[in-house]
Design a protein around this ligand. Sequence first.
Ligand code: FDA
Ligand code: NAD
Length: 441
Amino acid sequence: MGRAFVYVILGGGVAAGYAALEFSRRGVAPGELCIISEETVAPYERPALSKGFLLPEAPARLPAFHTCVGANDERLTPDWYKEHGIELVLGTRVKSADVRRKTLITAMGETISYKVLIIATGARALKLEEFGVKGSDAVNVCYLRNLADASRLVNVMQSCNDGNAVVIGGGYIGMECAAALVTNRIKVTMVFPEAHCMARLFTPKIADFYEGQYESKGVNFIKGTVLTSFENDSEGKVTAVILKDGTRVPTDMVVVGIGIRANTALFDGQLAIEKGGIKVNGRMQTSNSSVYAVGDVAAFPVKLFGGDIRRLEHVDSARKTAKHAVAAIMAPEKSAKHAVAAIMAPEKTADFDYLPFFYSRVFSFSWQFYGDNVGQVIHYGDFSGGKFGAYWLDKGRIIGAFLEGGNREEYEAIAKVVKHKTTIKDVSELERRGLDYALRS
Ligand code: FDA
Ligand code: NAD
């Protein structure tokens, strides 16, 4: 039993949705493209799961956040795929892949063959068990990666009205979920191993601002430590977390956000792997010329960083790598309708030129970051609750910029100085002028 397609997208997340949109814009014929996803719903904007989806009032629910609302205000609902002749194979896990034979085998045993494959399998949440802590399968311990996790988190939150939560991890999931829990009137204790929150991105000074805001809303931080075990009641529900130094933190629920691992396993030994992801070139093409990789699972060269290979775990890069891969695949779309010809011509597409972009929104705060956060840091602005930010300088040039509370023009300005790697002759002037420096560059 089997089906054959010209193009197959493996994975049905953010990158898959944006790839489908690009295929449709470039004129894919009905029946040529298929998306296979373990999830039971059409691709959606995953960032909504830790924001609008968790709101106590008027929470976001599908179909309101199917991809690609951010791109063109056109929502890719299941009907959209039908209208465009794109096959959605949902609730279907691919259990093996053979890039030499160009086949995928699903958990149900179906063989799906392709001429061109786009791997968009994203990532999975790391489990506490992988760090030697047992019991994170308890009913009131939540991870957050997909819609099913988010629905479960909402149910657990609702059963904890006015209760307490422990959030494990001080990264994106930890910070956004802690804010959501507070908004749902649940008292939060955050536990993480680093000296400050968002250690992968924030400077101590930036982190100090947000921690202060969280504390003012009742969040308690326990930093520089990890949990070692859970305490459970007779029904197996977690009632407390036990920290490394023996401290016992009673709780009604736990949210865990301790990082992710890219879903590369199907291709281990078949495709080149780097930085924990599937290595691609500037056209998102893997070490097998018929196979592309996009989104969280792809490790791609970032021109801006001298071609350094990076794996970025953010939605903007998922959207844009997807679009770029399809552009490369369909490069000669007018002259060559057939994929066999198309895969011969990806070299006609320029290398992906990407400016890394991350953002978050919590409470009434909203920040954006562009570039890389290495080198000398110059902070600017009002850290008492106004507009503030930072530049990162490397060899006298701006290579990263952060801004809290900016408007569109201001965010565009900081993006621009990073994109141009603006040379700074006088660091004290940059410090003095702050955001104005980017605005007038
Ligand atoms: P994504 O994870 O979206 O999709 C992967 C898909 O592949 C899933 O549908 C999965 O089921 C499927 N799949 C995997 N293996 C499979 C198999 N063997 N068979 C079939 N299907 C398989 N970023 C940001 O910049 N700003 C933000 O605010 C947020 N917020 C945010 C909130 C939450 C809760 C999460 C979990 C993540 C974010 N992110 C974010 C990160 C962002 O969502 C992420 O970078 C993109 O979703 C990556 O898109 P991908 O399509 O690569 O993977
Ligand atoms: P993360 O990498 O942002 O943070 C992981 C955190 O886990 C670390 O900061 C650390 O505090 C903690 N940690 C690591 N090992 C630990 C251990 N053994 N015990 C306790 N804590 C430990 O990952 P995340 O917060 O889990 O986010 C998952 C993914 O979702 C990431 O790819 C992230 O980019 C994405 N995401 C992005 C956004 C956004 O961009 N706004 C929002 C939500 C999620």
